[in-house]
Design a binder for this molecule. Structure first.
Ligand SMILES: O=P(O)(O)O[C@@H]1C[C@H](O)[C@@H](CO)O1
Ligand SMILES: O=c1cc[nH]c(=O)[nH]1
Length: 392
């Protein structure tokens, strides 16, 4: 059984995945080598940076060191040339977006099929290099509305109504860019968001983005809290209330940590205090593979348990710290954590699952509820950009 690791330990004991084990062994060997030859090696500028590097990039980045005045030295220039600017930016004190795939660098072209983008067909650094915030959510219309809202909030030129879908060549996902904010839809459920995240993370990597914060703004079912409450997730848990995501890779089950950035969650919570009339709390979010049986609903096409069993399960979830249920947070937390993205999940609750299963809100109330996470995130982004006088 693979272990569940807190984020701080990931670099020390990565998942039981062959490649990650391989890179870890290589990284340790390389570190030993660096220690044996102190004079040939310049010191890292910050130990935190070194830690981040070894955690996120494994062996390849350890082959590069920082010389005085930020000059980059490769220990083995012939075999390991400095391949990407994102490595350089991290060495200069920025946090890059990482891919952890040794095959990617050998590819002549990378086609991001479900986004209808590619490294040969699009100038990704020019299109996306300035992205600092990525907001993702299930529905294409909601993510378009969020992009238009951000356009106004950031006071960009024009009214934003004619904002174009960057992924218009495909109907799998949609993507809108407003200044440094990217708004992307991910569909419903773990497989759908996972495909989008693979391609989005590669996109951010190819575009050499750094210091990126990614936030899922979604809807959920609450447990024991008023409908319309906004839950900021501290930890995403699975159906057994465990902070883990189990990824099947070939015929192995690889368990990954689902911890999210606690500091970011706290910053968001502090930001929420400035928004009146929106009850907001921090809690665990349970992520399921299904909306009906998987979330203990009695109103699906299939149901093989009693009302009592449902309530017992949901009350146990509440006692374990779960305050809402949705369908993407575990894989989102796991993938973003492994790829060096500061990540948060902020979902509004549409109902209290201890009271009912059906969502019977009027269209207007549903719309207003869905805007609550958007309002919080827009205020957070504006604060981060130094535009905090413009609170909505
Ligand atoms: O971000 P959204 O509101 O699409 O996420 C939740 C979880 C499921 O994908 C979906 C179920 O209605 O809503
Ligand atoms: O109950 C709910 C509501 C929204 N999304 C979910 O996954 N569950």
């Amino acid at each position: 059984m693979a272990s569940i690791l807190p984020a701080s330990n990931r670099s020390m004991r990565p998942d039981k995945n062959t490649y990650e084990r391989y890179t870890q062994t290589q990284a340790q060997a390389q570190t030993r080598k660096l220690k044996r030859k102190p004079r040939s090696v310049w010191r890292w500028r910050h130990s935190a940076e070194r830690c981040l590097l070894s955690r996120a990039c494994g062996t390849r980045l350890l082959k590069h060191t920082v010389a005085p005045r930020g000059r980059i030295r490769s220990l083995h220039p012939a075999r390991h040339p400095l391949r990407s600017f994102s490595h350089l930016s991290l060495l200069m004190g920025k946090r890059s977006v990482y891919v952890k795939n040794p095959y990617l660098e050998g590819m002549d072209e990378d086609i991001l099929y479900h986004l209808d983008l590619g490294t040969k067909t699009h100038n990704l650094p020019a299109m996306f290099g300035d992205v600092k915030f990525v907001c993702v959510g299930g529905s294409p219309n909601r993510m378009k509305a969020f992009a238009q809202f951000m356009h106004k909030e950031l006071r960009l030129e024009g009214d934003g109504e004619d904002i174009e879908d960057i992924c218009a060549g495909t109907d799998r996902y949609c993507m809108f860019k407003t200044g440094p904010v990217l708004s992307v839809s991910h569909g419903m459920g773990i497989p759908s968001i996972s495909i989008m995240l693979h391609e989005l993370i590669k996109l951010l990597h190819h575009a050499r983005c750094c210091d990126v914060t990614i936030i899922r703004i979604g809807t959920s079912g609450g447990i024991g809290i008023a409908p319309g409450s906004v839950v900021i997730t501290d930890t995403a848990v699975d159906s057994f209330f465990k902070p883990r995501f189990e990824q099947v890779i070939l015929d192995n089950v690889v368990t990954r940590s689902t911890e999210l950035d606690k500091e970011l969650a706290n910053d968001l919570f502090n930001c929420s205090r400035e928004i009146p009339n929106v009850p907001t709390l921090i809690g665990h979010t349970m992520c399921t593979y299904d909306f009906y049986e998987g979330q203990g609903r009695l109103d699906g096409a299939l149901c093989s348990f009693s009302r009592e069993k449902k309530l017992d399960y949901l009350k146990r979830a509440y006692r374990a710290g779960v305050r809402n249920i949705e369908m993407e947070s575990t894989v989102f937390a796991a993938m973003c954590g492994l790829c060096g993205l500061r990540a948060a999940v902020v979902c509004v609750t549409l109902l209290d699952r201890l009271e009912s299963d059906q969502i019977n809100l009027s269209h207007d109330v549903l719309l207003e509820y869905q805007q609550r996470p958007q309002l919080l995130i827009s205020n957070f982004i504006k604060k981060q950009l130094g535009l905090c006088d413009q609170m909505s």
